[in-house]
Design a protein around this ligand. Sequence first.
Ligand code: F6P
Length: 367
Amino acid sequence: MAMKTKKCKRIAVMTGGGDCPGLNAVIRAVTKTAITRYKLQVYGIEDGYLGLIENRIRRLTYGDVSNILTVGGTILGSCNSANPSRYPVTTGKRTRFKDVTDVCVDNLKANGIDALICIGGDGTMASAATFAKKGVTVMGVPKTIDNDLPITDVTFGFDTAVTTATEAIDKVHTTAGSHHRVMVVEVMGRYAGWIALHAGVASGSDIILIPEIPYYIEKVRHAVLERSKKGKGYSIIVVAEGAKPKGGKMAIAKIMKNSPDPIRLGGIANLIASQLTDGNDLECRAVILGHVQRGGTPTPRDRALATMFGHTAIELLMKGTKNQLVVLKDNKLTSVPLSRIAGKIKTVPKNHPLVRAAKAVGTSFGI
Ligand code: F6P
């Protein structure tokens, strides 16, 4: 399907993957910019790529996107188990995987959509890149609380997740101090430790464990006992869900068979809490923050970033740019080809300035 952005009259917007604070702010910026500045017709695709496969597309008016800037989640719905290149079709007891990308392209064509704005993470962008190869005009907007998309300095949703995690750890501090306990707080982040590192430093946590720096449990125990010796009767450990011991494996909570990214991490906080309790009189508790980090109203910073991303996606599209991901690079709004980020992740460099600063103020990384 050849789509000429010069003649762009009707666009569709969709949100893919896990929800994330700021999605509605992007939908609002995209829709308002498209309608007021360019008189475009805007359509919303329901439930991410699932809605595109099932042709669930509805018109979005200016009124539909009013008053959603501060609202968490996505008014369009999302789905992180529908990969158009590998879509599960079940007949009886048998599930087969089909490539339904052509179905998506046909549905866009049938609805007269000239360009598609995909708001999502690496999985969403990988599919967006596939559509681009099939002639669809696509613009991507990077979202994820994990902040693990390469090239962009930051993704929207990250600041809110870090703020939520930091506030929660601050509260956990109270119980840790009052009851002289070791509190092990597990945060999200998939295979990257950005949330743990930022929330850990911001909350003044004593030990931070991230996937990029495999820990030794003995060193973690040592750090806790050293604090006790110094009269600090409690410790706070922040552990990324993807953290792993040196030479060991990540803790897997479950496998979602039909999901494009089937591994769901989780359980490392409980493991560490029980290992630290073994053989001494430390009282340890695990706190798993989970989806609390993805929920709620976005921070002002995420609202602003999401608004800039959404606006930039439309401005670039109307200038004829296509098949690119909007990014904030060196603090400047720009875009890069979708193919440059599809399937790649950005992890924490071992010598990141925040790791160095944390070490300098006495934080242990369990090494
Ligand atoms: O990518 C966002 C994220 O919240 C990760 O931090 C986490 O590992 C994963 O999604 C959880 O996915 P689900 O909501 O499917 O359990």
